[in-house]
Design a protein around this ligand. Sequence first.
Ligand code: CO
Length: 316
Amino acid sequence: MFERYTEKARRVVFFARYEASQFGSAEIGTEHLLLGLAREAGPLLSRLLNVERPLDELRKQVEKRLQTPERITTSVELPLSRDARSVLLYAADEYEGAEHWQHIGTEQLLLGLLRAEGAAAANILREYGLSLSRAREGIGRGEGDETSRRGEAWQAVGGAAAASKEPSVAEASTTMKIEHIGIATPRLDDALRFWRDALGLEVGHTEVVEEQGVRVAMLPVGGPRIELLEPTGADSPVARFLEKRGPGLHHVAVRVPDIRAALARLKGEGARLIDAEPRLGAGGCLIAFVHPRSAGGVLLELVEHTPATHESESER
Ligand code: CO
């Protein structure tokens, strides 16, 4: 279904699913697609809605309309709501109707959201004075817009396309870097007593990553960071690690420019992947793990920064 989607447009759907699960929603609604879009097409929305931080702003709007405070289980694959499916059909229609658009990108998704009249996202966008015609007019004029890059032969990213984008070894070695070093601890406070209080590092950022069952504290050390990991429950992978190996070095994370290309490359080299597909990690990054068996006994995490990556996380 997403073959004709650009990388960014795919991520919109990926993040929409994440947003829906964070909100405890039983399905992916248009409002979640809108939040996904705000992550991937921030500059476009910022310009069209005339707001500085579209993601924060729109999240407030979605929260205001929230009717189900009750969380449901997030382990199931969330389906798209009827309205959300209409949005994707409208987006495809926008693409088919315009000869100059070679792929379904974030702009087509925005038009799709606006065309699904009466749905939550269209209502929110309308409150900012954004109509379908204004959006059509304004699209492609900004720097961060996908269509403004039309001439640069941007390609849809499928399996084969991703593989063809694999960086060469020389290229890769200049663009990869150590992103963080993960250290497992049964109690963050105990670990902080050493890394923060005794050693003198500062805590840049803390958060709970529910998908991985960890509470995380990030302590920058120059470019890279120390990532302290405390399990949130007994069934967390880090809890199992602690039980087996005790506190200590848990994983090394390398930042890559394109995580899907990196995974395709590793797969081609016969490496054993824990995550065949990237998922959402701390700080809004895309992450994937490579099995220690393929990496000399070290659990390796690949990290790609996205527009959703926390300010404090980024050292671009
Ligand atoms: Co990590």
